[in-house]
Design a protein around this ligand. Structure first.
Ligand code: NAP
Ligand code: GLV
Length: 311
């Protein structure tokens, strides 16, 4: 078997750390860190958050791209020849931070924290009605790695939890719906909607006026997937006319949002700078190592995407 040649791009500190872990765990591998390409024709595996067209053009024997993140929409797959496999990152750091974030966000909206924060700024002392978690329904769109992990945190808090995905699936702690047929019921029952879908041609702009209108009046939105899922003007209209009560947005388009964007100052919006699910260097490198081993053994890597489907 020829020694695997891997090129890491992006954060140089992470590259140096991962190089050291590969030196221990897979000493036969040649783990290079950009810009030290060596002979580019030897590189078979690329580790990247985004793809640089000039770099890709210099890698004629590339076989697998490993995404640094759980999502792959930030990789321009049209740059890659069709035989190149693409693998998203599945690792405990992303999964646990995302699940914690979703639980935090749901509790914040459930207990009216955006209203209290706005009231504090205005010097206003006013209590709002309190519901129990069991009296609130949280609907999670996307029942993959991160949707399922989030449900596992939401259900023990006592929320009534629903899930929705493309194909029929069961998730412990949630009532699940699938496809266009299931969407109507799912939305009509959801008080706090969590988006954890991948961004694809089928899901771009899914968080729009039509969808908001199908939620109960006064429902709230948590978008922790991608900014491209949301139609921004539709959100402002839905918040301003009361169809939606709050939105907690961890992602936006573009990132960062330009200065003066209405999301920064809207009293019903809580904005965080794409920090919900974080790739942790210490744990992610072991997922990468295990996946390189799988590829070398002729097995399917964990998280390989269907390039035609986009996730
Ligand atoms: P995943 O494991 O690939 O799961 C995707 C889920 O979405 C599956 O349940 C899939 O259903 C469903 N789905 C896909 N297309 C659909 C459609 N058209 N209609 C209905 N359901 C659809 O993805 P993941 O690892 O959970 O990650 C989800 C997304 O989270 C990532 O793609 C990324 O954009 C985002 N993310 C954000 C952050 C952050 O910090 N904000 C961090 C990490 C990830 P089927 O299985 O039935 O096809
Ligand atoms: C972050 O957004 C990721 O896709 O991991």
């Amino acid at each position: 078997m020829t020694a695997p040649v891997i090129l890491h791009t992006g954060d140089p500190e992470r590259g140096t750390m991962w190089q050291a872990v590969f030196a221990q765990g897979m000493p036969e591998a040649d783990f290079r860190c950009w810009p030290d390409l060596g002979d580019p024709s030897e590189i078979r595996h690329l580790v990247a958050w985004t793809l640089d067209p000039e770099l890709i053009a210099r890698l004629p024997n590339l076989e697998v791209v490993f995404s640094i993140g759980a999502g792959v929409d930030q990789l321009d797959l049209s740059l890659l020849p069709p035989q190149v496999r693409v693998v998203r990152m599945i690792e405990t750091g992303i999964t646990n931070t995302m699940a914690e974030f979703v639980a935090t966000a749901a509790l914040m909206l459930h207990r009216d924290m955006p209203a209290y924060m706005a009231q504090q700024r205005d010097g206003n002392w006013q209590a709002h009605d309190v519901l129990l978690c069991s009296e609130r329904t949280v609907g999670v769109m996307g029942l993959g790695e991160l949707g399922r992990a989030s449900i596992a945190r939401l259900a023990p808090l006592g929320f009534d939890v629903l899930g929705w995905s493309r194909s029929e699936t069961q998730v412990a702690g949630a009532t699940c719906y699938a496809g266009a047929d299931g969407l109507e019921t799912f939305l009509s029952r959801t008080d706090i909607l969590v988006c954890l879908l991948p961004l694809t041609d089928a899901t771009r702009g899914i968080l729009c006026r039509d969808l908001f209108a199908r939620l109960p009046r006064g429902a709230s939105l948590i978008n922790v997937a991608r900014g491209g899922h949301l139609v921004q003007d539709d959100l402002i209209l839905a918040l301003d006319d009361g169809q939606l009560r709050y939105a907690l947005l961890d992602v936006a388009s573009p990132e960062p949002l330009p200065a003066g964007h209405p999301f920064y100052s809207h009293p019903a919006i809580v904005l965080t700078p794409h920090v919900a699910g974080v790739t942790r260097r210490e744990t992610a490198v072991h997922s990468l190592l295990a996946n390189v081993r799988r590829v070398l053994a002729g097995e399917a890597p964990d998280g390989e995407i269907d390039r035609g489907r986009g996730y």
